[in-house]
Structure formats: C-alpha cells, structure tokens
Design a protein around this ligand. Structure first.
Ligand SMILES: [Zn+2]
Length: 796
C-alpha cells in the first residue's frame, strides 16, 4: 500500500503545472553546457567575506535556467593547476571554532575542484574577467569530458538545492536573489562547503558533512554575519507574518492524520510570488488556496526521503497573484500523513509534535483546533474545551488556547487521568493504561557496574541494585499517576509564584514512549519512564532521579522558558534550556533539599570534565553560544552536557553573586520584560547585571559572560592563608592560586570567614593566572576560613 501511495504522489507531482513546477523541472533537467567551457587563469570571485581564486584550470557553466546558468564547475586537474579559497572569521569565538576543526583560525586552502551554485551575478562577474588574460579561451573539447565526469554528481547537488533555487528564481523581481554556495575538494580537508545566504540571519557558513560511527553530522566550522550585515548595510530580509490558525483534523482508524489548516498571512515585501513553508516530512500537501483561489504547491518527494521521522521539509506555495504588503491573505492547506505511530498495545507516538501543520519559523499565534478521531480513543491538546461530543464512531473535540502560543501539539491514547486543581491552575495528567513493550519486565541479571550517585539520601539505588535480583513486579504505568499530578501542580504553582502566571492556566501532561520530554504551551509530553516507579524498571539511580523528579519539573518550566519567553536565535537557545533546567533544580531544592541540587551540580561538573577522544574535557568542545553546533562529530555529547550542565551552573553562579531575593526578582523581571518576545544572550546579560548587589565589581557582567558563556574552561582553585597581628587588629592574608585554564581566565570567588557567634564574612577574590594575595582586617580570630563553600564557582 505504501508503495502505491508514494507512486501516486509522484505522479501527482509530475502532473502539477505552474511556474514553480516548470522552474523546478528545468533545474532538475539541467546539465553542463559543453560550449560554455573555458581554459581560465587568475579569475577572482569575491562574495562578501569569501574570496575564491581560480588560479589555473578549466571552468564550465551549467545550461541557463530562466535566462542564466545557476551552476559552474572549476577543475584544477592539470599540470600546474590551482585554486584557492580564503575566509577569515571576524570574531575570536568564530576563529576558535574554525581552529577546533581545521587546526587554523583562518581558512586558506588550495583546492583541486569546486562546484558553485548561485542565483546572483556570479556568471556575469566571471565572464567579465575572461578578456583580462589573453591565455583564457573557450575549450569545448574539455567541456564534453567534464560534462561526462560531473553530470551525475551535479544532478544530486542540484536536487538538494531545487526548492531553494526555485524559490529564488520565482521571487527574483521582488527580492533579487544572491545565494552563493561552493563545494570544494582539497587534499588536506576533503570535501567542504562554503555558503553565503543573504536570507539567513548569519549569512556566511563554512562546514563539512562527516560520517562518524554510522552517524551523519554536518559540522559547522564557522558561521557569522557577512561584512555588509556587520556594517548594517545588508538589505532587509523578507518577513511573512502568520496568525490566526484554524485547524480541522481527522485521525482515521489507521492513524492517518488528514487536516485542513487555515491561517492569515501578511507579506513584508511587495510582489512576492512564492512562499516557503515548513512541515514534517511525513505530511503530504495535497492543495492550497489563497483567498479562495487555488495556488500551486511544490513539494519534493526527494526532499522527504532520507530525512528522519518528524523532521521538517520545505514546500513552496505560489499564489495565483503576487502578494502585496498590508493585505491579510487567507491561506488554506489540505495535508495528510502518518505522523502517529502505534508502538504497542494502544500506545501511540506522535512523530511530528510541533510541525504536523504548515508554518514559517515559529511565531506566537492564536489557535482554534478541532479534532475528529475514533471514539474509543482520547485526544489531548492545549487550550480550553469549546466542544466535545460523539457522532457515530467518532469523537469530536474542539479546543482554543486562551492566549497566543508558538507551538500547538497533540497526543492520543487510551488514557487514565489524574486531575489536580491548585488555585487558578489545573493540571491534568494522562497515563497509558498498558505498558509499552520496551518497559515490560525482562529476565534480569545483576547490573555489571552500578552507577552510584554520591550523597544521595533516601537512595533508591539500594532497591535498584540488589545483590540477588528478586523477580520484579510488573511495572504499572499508573503507579505514579496521582503523585505525578501532584508534583506537576506543585512545580507549576512554585514557578508561577516566582515568575508570574504561565501562558495558559490549564496544563495537560501526556505520555510519550522514549527517554525524553517536551514542553509546549499548555501541553507536556512526558517520557513513559516517568510514569513508572524506577524500582520497577531497574533504572540506575541517576536515571531514576532524572525521570522521577527532574524531567516533569523541567518540562513544566518550559511553560515560561520557551512557552512565554522565546530565544532570539540558536545562539540563545541555551538560555531556554538552562533556565528551564535551573527552575527544575530550584523546585527540587525546595521540595527535597539543597543536597539534591548540589548532587546534580556535581554530576553536571563531572560530565563537563569527562575526557573527549581528543584528551580534552567535554567542556573544551566550545562555548554555550554555539548551540546545536556543539553536537558535532568532534564530541557528540557536548551539546547536551554543556547546554544543560554548564547552563545550570551559570545560573547557579549568578544566584550566588546576587543572593536569593535579587536572583528571583531577576527571573521574574526576565518574564515580565521578555514575555511573548525573544531574548538574546546579550539582552539577558544586560538584565541580569541590573540585579547585582551595588558594591561588587564587573557591574555589567561582561567578564562573567566572557568567561563562562562565550568562553570555555573549568579552573582548579586553591586557597591558603595566615593570620598576622593581634586581636582586635588582626589581618588575614590569603593567597588564591588558579590552574588548569588559559592565561586570561579569571573568576570572582567567595572566601567565607566564619567568626564566633555565628557571624560570617564573605570576601570575593578575583583569581588570575598568577597567585593572587588578599588581605582582610579582622577584630577576632576566625573559626574557619573556606574557599567557595556553596558552589558559587564551577571549578575542579
Ligand atoms: Zn528543555
């Protein structure tokens, strides 16, 4: 059946008529133009910060599409042939990132061949240079050879860029395109890509596709705003504002989801002919109308193959008329696909949680959602229930969130419920009635190396790892249901008391098979593991704490961090995760005590200091602001360990600098000032600085952020002291020594001096690469002097 369906879809695509399909077909069918092959010397190609020299070789262009070629190949495969590419990242952080991959802070690389793809004036600029050197001439005989050698590869490359090239060419009048991408092959670095994309926030990217341990990574070596953007001279990017989502969806008994999505849209630029929408690869878009008139849809089957479940793909919509600013267009999409999978006995997994409907980026919008589904199932989503009825074999539920939300998820199953009302908040926890196969008890062996968590009180480890394993009771997916509802309600109430009200006052928690959670506004997907008692699944103690305590509080915290305050870019995503995780730690501290918080901080530090293959600690993989770029082939663990672990440490360190009341006031102010807005790392630094105690140093937190957020390194700190003089004119003379970090590393560290009668004195001392001496005048001899007793500094 599957094969038939996709075949029909392909035929459907071929029959699609319209300007987008026409261009797309030309792009796919294009090849090299044998007549447009040249022997070339000393051509230069400059695109913003990218400099390419075609020193000596052959250059061949593709056949024109819409009047001009969009691809070219250069080969230096001849005696004395040469090409060279240069790129200098503008910031120290980006130079450091590049050096981590290629061993040099600048790219200056000789290459054997290059493929260029472009929608700007590259062709004209190269052709204009040909007469400069009398040795340049047409070489059609070489053209035939190159055509044969390069065509199969070029078809693959052009297919990958097909949607983007089509979009650029369709919008070329309203939004003159200027994409430039080059794929180089060099002896030293292998194959690598350089991209200039004027429609991206950071226009220049340099990276490489790498296969490591059967996993594909796209390592981004460097990524930064182009020269023109840095000087504020880049043109405004096209913006499409989406609002007022109305979705009517049907879940068939075979779990196919068929939906009609209606939304309003405004364009920022006049004369736009085509728009790029994102949707999960499982979703096929059958038709779109704009203001009631049919629009052309271009969705490539090729782009949908080879992507993981739930991953986004782009499709183009070409309205019958170009769009004008100021007008609210009504878009209607008809789409369907298998975004729900049954994993076991009526247990379901939604693969496309945030992208089962079309969108362009993520913006907060109002939603009105109606689902029709088999009446023996239950379907949950965010928002107040407007309508809930049955009709024959169907159940129909309509929901409307009371405020705009950035993502609308849904979940379904055969649920048992626990509902808790606390003040104005309602928490509804749904649980599967049966256990998914992966959580069912298996024949058990004693664990080979138990993971022991130091300092854990009330340790379930004892239950978890008995010497002689008794037969386990069958894990009960409802075991923790009412406790879970209480926990989530307590977390929600605690956080609301600190940060202010969340986006929606009704929160639905529903299970998802797997080992992760996801927090959407009004809706949390919680790992099925969090529903069963850890003893029943024989989880290691650290895992137990994570699934038992932390995960639901973390996802609850996303009601604020991500649900109400958004991150400005991937460089600021760490803030959402760090704030969500630290909010969960704050709740844990309140409900279970400070020792659990410290134990988790210990675990995070241990993970940051674990050695990578390179021999460096995981922390050295890069600073927090690299975001998902940290999940590279160099150290796949780095993104998770640094984002959650170091991110939590950074908030804890800020808290120690500020003191509790200032710290909590700062968190509340972040929500107040950035509610329904995006926050950047710099915006957060500026806000946090306003909550520092008035008498400290580093008043703008610039040193703190340079060290911890924009930099790497975990120092070893040691303190010694002597007492000089006699009471009441005593002097404490101390020395603070720092090691295991770079020359410029320096942190403010508290030294706590315990005096008689419970009086404590805290002296903040700044470390440096050389030992630092400090003096404190005392009236009496101290009982105890301790360096950083309360986890104020991330250190070894
Ligand atoms: Zn999270």
């Amino acid at each position: 059946m599957r094969g038939v369906a996709s075949l029909l879809f392909l035929i459907g695509l071929r029959l699609t008529a319209g300007p987008a399909a026409d261009l797309s077909r030309q792009i796919r069918e294009t090849g090299l133009d044998r007549e447009q092959c040249y022997r070339v010397r000393d051509l230069t190609l400059v695109k913003e910060d990218i400099r390419v020299y075609l020193g000596d070789g052959y250059l061949i262009f593709g056949k024109p599409v819409a009047g001009q070629p969009f691809l070219a190949v250069f080969t230096a495969d001849l005696e004395g042939g040469d090409g060279e590419v240069l790129l200098l990242p503008p910031t120290r952080a980006e130079r450091r990132s590049l050096a981590g991959y290629i061993g040099s802070p600048n790219l200056d690389e000789h290459f054997q061949s290059a493929v260029f793809i472009f929608t700007g004036d590259i062709y004209t600029r190269l052709m204009a240079q040909l007469p400069d050197n009398p040795a340049n001439h047409r070489a059609p005989e070489m053209g035939a050879l190159l055509d044969e050698r390069w065509s199969p590869l070029l078809h693959n490359i052009a297919d990958g860029y097909n949607t983007r090239l089509t979009l650029d060419l369709l919008n070329r009048v309203a939004n003159p395109p200027d994409l430039f991408t080059a794929i180089f092959r060099s002896t030293k670095l292998g194959t690598f890509d350089v991209i200039y994309d004027p429609d991206s926030a950071d226009q220049i990217a340099l990276g490489q596709l790498v296969d490591r341990n059967n996993r594909a990574f796209f390592d981004i070596w460097t990524h930064f705003p182009s020269r023109r953007a840095r000087t504020g001279a880049a043109r405004a990017r096209v913006r499409w504002d989406l609002s007022d989502y109305r979705i009517q969806a049907t879940v068939d008994p075979d779990l196919t989801l068929t939906a009609v999505t209606r939304l309003k849209m405004k364009s920022s630029i006049d004369g736009i002919r085509a728009l790029p929408f994102d949707i999960a690869q499982e979703m096929a878009v059958a038709g779109v109308t704009v203001d009631g008139k049919p629009a052309e849809v271009l969705q490539h089957e090729a782009a949908r193959v080879g992507t993981a479940r739930g991953e986004n793909t782009q499709f183009l919509v070409t309205p019958p008329e170009p769009l004008h600013p100021g007008h609210d267009y009504e878009f209607e999409f008809h789409h369907s696909g298998k975004v729900i999978v049954e994993t076991g006995d009526r247990i379901y997994y939604v693969t496309a949680r945030g992208n089962w409907y079309p969108s362009i980026g993520t913006v907060a919008a109002s939603f009105d959602l109606t689902f029709r589904y088999p009446r023996d199932l239950e379907l949950v989503t965010a928002g107040d229930v407007i309508e809930d009825r049955t009709e024959g074999p169907w159940r129909i539920t309509r929901r409307r969130p009371s405020a705009p939300i950035g993502l609308a998820g849904f979940n379904l199953g055969n649920y048992a419920h626990a509902r808790v009302e606390r003040g104005e908040y309602v928490v509804d926890v749904c649980a599967n009635r049966s256990l998914e196969p992966s959580l069912q008890p298996r024949p058990q062996l004693p664990p080979a190396s138990p993971v022991l968590v130091p300092g854990r009180r009330n340790s379930r480890a004892a239950l978890d790892m008995p010497q002689t394993p008794p037969a386990p009771p069958p894990a009960d997916p409802l075991a923790r249901l009412s406790r879970l509802a209480d926990d989530v309600a307590s977390a929600l109430q605690f956080m609301a008391s600190k940060f202010g009200p969340p986006t929606l006052s009704h929160l639905t928690v529903s299970p998802i098979p797997g080992t992760f959670g996801q927090g959407f506004p009004g809706m949390i997907y919680l790992s099925t593991r969090s529903y069963v008692n850890p003893a029943e699944t024989r989880m290691a103690a650290a895992d137990a704490l994570f699934f038992d305590e932390l995960l639901q509080a973390h996802e609850t915290a996303h009601q604020w961090w991500g649900g109400l305050v958004y991150s400005a870019s991937y460089r600021d995503d760490w803030l959402m995760e760090a704030l969500a995780n630290y909010s969960a730690l704050l709740f844990l501290e309140k409900s279970r005590g400070a020792r659990d918080l410290e134990m988790l901080l210990d675990n995070y530090r241990a993970a940051l200091l674990e050695k990578s293959q390179s021999g460096q600690p995981v922390d050295a993989a890069g600073p927090l602001v690299l975001g998902t770029r940290l999940e590279s082939s160099l150290e796949p663990r780095a993104w998770r360990v640094i984002t959650y672990g170091k991110g939590s440490w950074i908030l804890h360190m800020l808290r120690q600098r500020m003191g509790d009341s200032r710290f909590f006031a700062m968190l509340a102010e972040t929500v107040k000032r950035f509610g329904r807005r995006a926050i950047s790392t710099e915006g957060f630094r500026g806000l946090a600085a306003q909550f520092l105690p008035p008498d400290g140093e580093d008043k703008q937190l610039e040193d703190f952020f340079d060290q911890w957020v924009y930099g790497t390194g975990v120092p070893t700190l040691k303190m010694s002291y002597t007492l000089k003089g006699k009471a009441p004119a005593l002097r404490l003379v101390g020395t603070l020594t720092q090691s295991d970090v770079g020359e410029n590393f320096s942190v403010l560290t508290p030294v706590e001096i315990q005096l008689a009668r419970g009086q404590n004195l805290t002296e903040w001392v700044r470390s440096a690469s050389d030992p630092v001496t400090f003096t404190v005048a005392l009236r009496q001899a101290p009982l105890k002097v301790t360096l950083d007793p309360h986890y104020a500094v991330l250190r070894r």
